[in-house]
Ligand binder design. Structure first.
Ligand SMILES: Cc1ncc(COP(=O)(O)O)c(C=O)c1O
Length: 384
């Protein structure tokens, strides 16, 4: 049998610690290795596989579009792209009236930063401590975690990081040079930290009062993950700019930067070759159709509650806190999580860290109750 692990080690650039698992097939919330062993996938493609793996309606849409038209640059109009743009504006908060299509989360952040500078004529940004926005030069400049940034200095100047949920710190950091304030509504990589509604309302007001754009990074929280279509919907929030990606295409790479009606960008100042290609747009249209028709937001809310109730029904002495919105779940332990992640994998459950002490679960929203029961059973065994 081909040794895929050796091939990846030999020919790949080793940027991420690998789990001892070659995943070759997926269905619903299950992944299968070469030997056909089943794993419960609570990593969900790091928040991408919200529809579950290889959802039949997604597969059908991709197949059909592949036979029809795969690529179509933005110098031409396209039927599928136009429908996706309309759909995106329909499902996102009403303040957002147009969308720029790209291929990933980091790209959508880059566009948000550039559009903010163009619109405001100002250069600076305020983001949150423990926030995460991606790995490209602009996105990593916006990301607080020093270990992601320090090796790449000098980065883009003009970024300031303030403690999350402390309005007086935001108030002090925003000045006449601030183009935009940007944060996640539930910090994902930073430990699954939900925003406080009073802070969010005050931040929205502060930005409006001072003519500063509010960029919301919904790359991880978007498309039903948190129990609403977008996390913004929990708060009736009207962002000026919103970044989405991850679950948008059900697994096919795609992202978007949504803008309010005031933000006008002159043609020629930004662009993309692959962004808005019909194949990815068809995938996103099919994915959004499933999110809506199967009411996966409701399912995420219900299953998140179910998971929490089940987990809380036993005394888990190693757990310090459970933080959660829908099926975006963080379990903070009193110790480091690396060993626990390995033990979970031995029991065929794939989970993620969010910082040193937090186990993060982002299962497909189609996960079944019996699979949640199994995950809870293993947590009881490992964390009691
Ligand atoms: C909140 C958030 N923003 C941005 C990104 C970057 O997205 P991508 O990896 O698609 O570039 C991520 C990825 O984990 C994310 O969670």
């Amino acid at each position: 049998m081909t040794d895929y692990k050796t091939l990846e080690h030999e020919y790949g650039v080793p940027l991420q610690a690998k789990r001892d698992l070659v995943a070759v097939r997926g269905s619903g919330a299950s992944l299968y290795d070469e030997a056909g062993q089943e794993y419960i996938d609570c990593a969900g493609g790091i928040g991408v596989a919200s529809l579950g793996h290889s959802h039949p309606r997604l597969v059908k849409a991709i197949k059909q579009q592949a036979e029809t038209l795969i690529t179509c640059p933005n110098i031409m109009y396209n039927d599928v792209r136009s429908k996706l743009l309309e759909k995106l504006v329909e499902v996102t908060p009403t303040s957002l009236t147009r969308a720029y299509l790209c291929n990933s989360g980091a790209e959508s952040i880059e566009a948000a930063l550039k559009f903010s500078r163009l619109h405001s004529g100002r250069t600076n940004f305020v983001t949150a401590m423990r926030g995460f926005h991606g790995r490209t030069m602009g996105a990593v400049s916006a990301t607080y975690t020093p270990k992601y940034r320090e090796a790449f200095q000098p980065l883009i100047p003009g970024f300031d990081y303030v403690p999350f949920n402390k309005i007086e710190k935001l108030d002090a950091a925003v000045d006449d040079n601030t183009a935009a304030v940007m944060f996640e509504l539930v910090q994902g990589e930073g430990g699954v930290n939900p925003i406080q509604p009073e802070y969010l309302a005050a931040a929205r007001k502060l930005c409006t009062d001072r003519g500063v754009l509010l960029i919301i990074d919904e790359i991880q929280t978007g498309f039903c993950r948190t129990g609403k279509f977008f996390a913004s919907d929990h708060f009736d929030l009207q962002p000026d700019i919103m970044c989405v990606a991850k679950a948008m295409g059900g697994g096919v790479p795609i992202g978007a930067t949504l803008l309010n009606a005031d933000i006008q960008i002159e043609p020629g100042l930004h662009g993309t070759t692959f962004g808005g290609n019909p194949l990815a747009c068809a995938a996103a249209l099919a994915a959004i159709d499933v999110y809506q028709s199967d009411n996966l937001a409701h399912r995420a809310a219900e299953l998140g509650d179910y998971f929490e109730t089940q987990l809380n029904s036993s005394d888990l002495s190693q757990v310090r806190a459970l933080r959660r919105l829908g099926l975006m779940i963080g379990i903070e332990l009193k110790q480091k999580v690396q060993d626990k992640l390995a033990q979970l994998l031995e029991r065929r459950i794939i989970a993620l860290p969010a910082g040193p002490n937090v186990i993060r679960l982002l299962p497909p929203l189609v996960i079944e109750k019996r699979q949640i029961d199994r995950v809870v059973e293993v947590f009881r065994e490992l964390l009691a």
